[in-house]
Design a protein around this ligand. Structure first.
Ligand SMILES: Cc1ncc(COP(=O)(O)O)c(C=O)c1O
Length: 393
């Protein structure tokens, strides 16, 4: 099929739920994607933060091929070597979070954490933050704040409330003896790339401890080195009770997980589960991907490259930039106007970027991005910020 035929075939049968871009990508390597004509793009989307170790990693590809030839599927009631390796690795990745539940996506990890918090405390209440994005299934959607995701799907799950992000006073009022958990992103991704305040997350830890509620941190987007630490909460000197992760865990193969601390109780056989969760294929991919992340010290690379990228963006002389923020290679550039025309203009110049809300450009390159590629991303950003988009003024 040529590009035209591929796009027609997708358009004819796709659900309609995705705003399609007219490019057919067929290959990736490191921080680059290649279209069907071999044209190279720098990928600052990373599949919404999935490709932390880069595209086309040969170690991950070999691990997947090897495991696929041995055993792809095995329910967690039976033991398996590939899963045992991953449980050992993940159960020691974060001190204080020794247990692991495997699932298949970010929303499933949030669903599981919410269920574990309710089961553990016997309480119904889930407090989440305004601007939060936690996923699109009912439990996580009920914690997601933006009405764009919620409208048309009501009634949502009862027992949820929202407070302003980083507002200690509101948190103090919201958490009480009916609260099962406070659920929060360490860096709000979809909501605009806002890192959490140290004082706020520390207060949350203390308030949850005092009032018997669980602290759930959602690191589906910010996890696995993206922010300069293995997990973003590690910048702030706290440990959550439940940590949600997914996206880059298995190097791009679908997989989610919840890391579980000792305050979480009542996880008995049958209380929760997942057919595909912890399947040997995903576990093999995750073992290889985490191996690459650790061997190449990609969290440290993210810290240094993120600093470099932010400094270069801050040096751009553009009256359109309101703020540059983020942690590591999770970078947000807030403009004084809507960003989609600028993101489209970057795409025309072979740099893929994401929006985060209406006015923030979000840059999530693979952590293996080169300094030359970062220079190119920033010069492309500078070039498009000099353009005038009449309709968006
Ligand atoms: C913070 C956060 N939580 C949860 C999710 C949902 O993940 P998934 O799309 O894998 O269900 C996302 C997805 O972007 C996310 O950014």
């Amino acid at each position: 099929m040529n590009a035209e035929q591929i796009m027609q075939a997708e358009q004819a049968h796709t659900s309609g739920l995705y705003g399609k871009q007219p490019i057919v990508f067929v290959r990736g390597s490191g921080a680059s994607l290649f279209d069907i004509d071999g044209i190279e793009y720098i990928d600052c989307n990373s599949g919404h933060g999935v490709a932390n170790i880069g595209h086309g990693n040969p170690k991950v590809a070999a691990a997947i091929a090897d495991q696929a030839g041995k055993l792809i599927t095995l329910f967690e009631t039976f033991y398996n070597d590939s899963r045992a390796n991953l449980l050992q690795l993940m159960g020691t990745l974060v001190p204080g979070l020794p247990k692991v539940f495997f699932c298949n996506s970010g929303t499933e990890s949030v669903e599981a954490a919410i269920k574990f918090a309710r089961l553990s405390t016997g309480r119904p209440g889930i407090v989440a933050a305004m601007r939060a994005f936690h996923g699109r299934t009912y439990g996580s959607l009920s914690a997601t704040h933006n009405k764009k995701y919620r409208e048309g799907f009501e009634p949502l799950v009862p027992g949820y409330s929202h407070i302003p992000y980083n507002n200690i006073e509101a948190l103090d009022k919201a958490i009480n003896e009916t609260t099962a958990a406070f659920l929060v992103e360490a860096v709000q991704g979809e909501g605009g790339v806002y890192p959490i305040d140290r004082e706020f997350i520390q207060a949350a830890r203390q308030i949850c401890d005092e009032r018997g509620a669980m602290l759930i941190v959602d690191e589906v987007q910010s996890g696995f080195g993206r922010t300069g630490k293995m997990f973003a909460f590690q910048h702030f000197g706290i440990t959550p009770d439940l940590l949600c992760c997914a996206k880059s865990l298995a190097g791009g193969v679908p997989m989610g997980a919840v890391l579980i601390g000792p305050r979480v109780k009542n996880l008995q056989p049958g209380a929760h589960g997942s057919t595909f969760g912890g399947n040997p294929l995903s576990c093999a991919a995750a073992n290889a991907a985490l191996g690459v992340l650790l061997d190449e010290d990609l969290p440290q690379q993210a810290e240094e490259k993120g600093q470099y990228m932010k400094e270069k963006i801050l040096a751009i002389q553009s009256p359109l930039i309101r703020e540059v923020r983020g942690l590591g290679l999770m970078v947000g550039v807030e403009l004084k106007q809507k960003v989609m025309p600028y993101i489209r203009a970057m795409q025309e110049r072979k740099v893929l970027a994401l929006n985060a809300g209406l006015t923030t450009i979000r840059l999530l390159p693979p952590l293996v991005v080169t300094y030359e590629q970062i220079d190119q991303v920033v010069s492309t950003l500078e070039e498009v910020l000099a353009l005038k988009f009449e309709s968006e003024k």
